[in-house]
Write a protein that binds this ligand. Sequence first.
Ligand code: NAI
Ligand code: GGE
Length: 284
Amino acid sequence: MPVSDLAGRVAFVTGGASGIGLGIVTVLVERGCQVVIADLRPDHIDNALAQFAGAGRSNAVSALRLDVCDRNAYADAAAKMQAEFGGIDILVNNAGVGLEGPALKATYADYDFGFGVNVGGVINGFVSFLPQMIAHGRGGHIVSTASLAAEVVMPSHMAIYAASKAAVCHYCEAVKQELGENGIGVSILLPGPIKSNIHQANQNRPEHLRADSGFVESEAKLAERQVGDWWMEPDEVGNMVAEAILSNQTYIVTHGIFKDSMRKRAQAVLDATPDVENANVSGI
Ligand code: NAI
Ligand code: GGE
């Protein structure tokens, strides 16, 4: 059965030490969860733990350094959660990188960076944790962070990013029913602009994917970008995520500002689709 009450539940939040993930952690703690933050960046982890210590909530939050691309480390983290908490109830596949750069200059290093974190990190979360979440029989929920970039036609310099987020969205849509039959709810977070450190993509790029990158200049420029005053606060996203877990809501969409672009893309696909009478696809 999906999660009907957050109090006492154990949550594992990747990328939980900054931005959207930290907003989700903050709200889950407020709602009574025991939360483990998994993040790449020691500086972000230190800042996040200091925030919770300052609020007198150190007992409810711990953290471990994890690169979600490292499958062995991810398996070790899942084993640790099983040993310490009897498994997790809520997995938030939130870690991601907002890489961008000229599509014609993209190299395998850039594709591997974008898909490795944004898709590979989500896959590794499912593979590492789904068995224990089903086995413990308490029910559970998996939230994966995609983007509204998955639902519009994005500019060329964000092609890798958009494709990676579309993959997350379609994978989660596809597995939702079967996971539900196994007591695991599924939600897909589709944020618009949220106040975060997403502009720091170049600080999150692994060493082995730096030298050959075609995005060095674009990511250096991105790193200088300021957070928009009108962008949404992470805690507001956290509240949307908490409510979506409780209602097993499939899509969590933070903004309506791209709705016309979303509709235009969907209509373009429908316009290219032949009309048929009484289509029967039950056998597929
Ligand atoms: P952020 O950069 O503030 O937070 C992301 C966190 O993930 C950071 O603490 C970073 O250290 C961590 N991280 C990066 N690579 C990692 C890895 N390989 N392993 C483990 N942790 C890793 O950025 P933000 O915006 O909070 O991003 C969270 C998610 O939200 C991402 O998937 C992003 O694509 C997505 N998103 C963000 C939007 C925004 O406007 N900020 C809008 C739509 C989607
Ligand atoms: C706020 O900064 C970013 C970013 O640098 C990369 C990606 C995103 C935000 C988000 O995933 C979304 C918007 O919030 O992606 C878009 C970025 C730019 C234009 C449109 C986007 O989505 C429709």
